[in-house]
Design a protein around this ligand. Structure first.
Ligand code: SF4
Length: 305
């Protein structure tokens, strides 16, 4: 379920508010401390994306707390809270414990937040919604991208806890041929090929990887015909907040004289990339390269299982 209305509310009316997130099944979220706004999640709070509390804080909500009583999955909620607390601490913020209280309050729904303050309808408090804040999350971005953006907006720094938990992968490349298949396959722009001319006249192609953008989807590994990529470990929350692109492979390449694409020559006289060489050798054929054929057969085998 979309939580866009929670973001819109936080951007326009949430500055200085104290938000108490409550599971959908909580029997009585209305009773609590008068200074806190109970916001009912569309399900268990533990199922909310990790970026939700970070975005609220980045949008100016003063405090975010999670109500632990009334949750039907306390272990899952505790695990979610540990991760959110780690992320908040990286930005020198914290998730609060809502204080006790016996006040009856309006319960808001995270998936249908009010667009107009009820007090302003009766001429109380401010009449106009506050202007939108300079920063706002991109609601079309992936959960991973939104978490990264919120952390970076909050100025997160590395912490010990941030080095042991995380999302995504760290990649390494062994046997890279600079074909760029992984770059094309990555939906998150985590990989890039950068070409430069060396002093000796030989072109160098660098495969750069940004672990903060990787969400471990595995497409790059699947589509690399050279089977060069592997994921030796996870990317950490520290990577998510601070990592920048760095080279994971450097390959001596040549520019194909026909299509101008960079390629790693298999012999010193090769002037055409493998694709153009195959086309020249077989101008009227439509044969697939052996690696692509093997991948197709693997995929067909998996779908038959
Ligand atoms: S695992 Fe997915 S997101 Fe990560 S680098 Fe590979 S294709 Fe990109």
């Amino acid at each position: 379920m979309s939580l866009d209305s929670l973001v819109v509310w936080a951007a326009h009316s949430g500055a200085g508010e104290r938000v108490e997130l409550v599971c959908d099944e909580h029997p009585d979220p209305a009773t609590g401390h008068r200074a806190w706004r109970p916001v009912r999640a569309p399900g268990c709070v533990a199922d909310l994306p990790l970026h939700v509390p970070l975005e609220l804080l980045a949008l100016g909500v003063a405090e975010v707390a999670v109500r632990r009583d009334g949750c039907g999955s306390p272990e899952a909620l505790d695990g979610w809270l540990v991760r959110c607390t780690t992320l908040a601490e990286m930005a020198d913020r914290e998730l609060a414990e809502p204080p006790d209280g016996r006040r009856r309050r309006d319960v808001l729904s995270a998936s249908a937040m009010p667009t107009v303050e009820r007090r302003s309808l009766f001429g109380l408090g401010r009449r106009e919604p506050r202007p939108a804040r300079a920063w706002s999350p991109d609601v079309r971005a992936t959960e991973h991208q939104r978490l990264r953006a919120a952390l970076r907006h909050l100025g997160a720094h590395s912490t010990d806890a941030g080095a042991t938990d995380g999302v995504g992968w760290r990649l390494s490349a062994d046997g890279c041929r600079a074909s760029g298949q992984c770059v094309t396959a990555c939906p998150n722009d985590a990989l890039a090929l950068v070409h430069s001319a060396g002093r000796d006249g030989v072109q160098r192609s660098e495969l750069r990887f940004d672990p903060s953008l990787c969400n471990a989807c595995g497409r790059c590994i699947e589509f690399c015909d050279a089977a060069a990529l592997s994921a030796p470990g996870p990317a950490t929350f520290n990577d998510l907040a601070l990592a920048t692109p760095s080279p994971i492979a450097t390959v001596a390449t040549r520019v194909c004289e026909r299509c101008r694409a960079a390629f790693a020559p298999s012999d010193k006289d090769a002037s055409l990339c493998p694709t153009c060489a195959a086309r020249r050798a077989n101008p009227f054929g439509s044969a697939l390269p052996p690696e692509a054929l093997a991948r197709l057969q693997r995929a067909q085998g998996n779908s038959a299982d």
